[in-house]
Design a protein around this ligand. Structure first.
Ligand code: ZN
Ligand code: ZN
Length: 255
């Protein structure tokens, strides 16, 4: 599979870097787009037909899902290339309601995505078959329902895990066990000291989790514009001695 980072900025978009969007593609099948923060649709247009992707949400904070409303407009109303059929959408239980409110015309209304996406809610630990991939969600710790995802490509056996947003939890180690690539958030920057509990992790935690899980490569991501990216990667490197990279938009990794 090929990972393309469409956006890696944490909590809010940054100049030249959309908020969370991670595209997994494999030949001969629709891609899998994990999260769709502000700016992701613009970058996706440069990479592929935006209609040719299933969408999987880690959780429904704005920085992970706001561009879904724009994707619905593209799929329904593009004058020459609207979506030819339904794709799959996975996410927390209340995804259709929350995202339906985002694009409803009426203030009390809910825009029903069923015409263009077939939605199924994540059940923690229950694998979902998504064309060339099997995706297993893992319930994690965040102020709203949130999931990490473990993705395995059929045939090649390549594996990738994505933390989504989470405070420290053993579930992240389980999700990332022995994967080829671990995309791990580090919102708090280098250290979690004096940070709000129950929300996020830091570079040190990302390194600890990557080491405990035995991942083959760590990509540190979801760092806000106000945090020190190099120091965050360096903090992770103190606890994990494998290869580490900073997640940046346009980065592509074949695995
Ligand atoms: Zn976030
Ligand atoms: Zn969040």
């Amino acid at each position: 599979m090929r990972l393309t980072i469409l956006g890696s900025s944490g909590s809010v978009p940054a100049p030249g870097n959309p908020a969370s969007g991670y595209l997994l593609s494999a030949p001969g099948a629709p891609s899998l787009l994990m999260d769709m923060g502000p700016g992701v649709l613009a970058h996706l247009q440069e990479i592929q037909d935006p209609n040719d992707a299933h969408v999987a949400f880690s959780h429904l904070h704005t920085d992970h899902c706001a561009d879904f409303a724009s994707l619905l407009v593209w799929r329904r109303f593009h004058p020459t290339a609207s979506a030819p059929g339904r794709n799959l959408c996975f996410g927390p239980t209340d995804t259709p309601n929350r995202l339906g409110r985002l694009s409803a015309d009426d203030p009390e209304g809910i825009d029903d995505m069923e015409d263009t996406f077939a939605f199924a809610p994540w059940v923690s630990g229950q694998p979902e078959l998504v064309d060339k991939f099997t995706v297993t969600p893992f319930s994690v710790v965040h102020p709203i329902q949130a999931f990490a995802m473990r993705v395995e490509e059929h045939g090649s056996g390549a594996t990738l895990a994505y933390s989504g947003d989470s405070a420290y939890t053993e579930a992240l180690i389980e999700a990332a066990r022995d994967v080829d690539v671990f995309l791990c958030e580090a919102t708090w920057g280098p250290s979690c000291e004096d940070k709000i509990p129950g929300m996020h992790i830091c570079g040190q935690d990302a390194g600890r989790i990557a080491a405990a899980a035995g991942v083959k490569k760590l990509i540190v991501t979801h760092i806000p514009p106000w945090a020190d990216k190099e120091a965050t990667v360096a903090a992770a490197a103190r606890f994990y001695d494998g290869p580490i990279e900073l997640g940046v938009p346009g980065m592509q990794i074949d695995l």
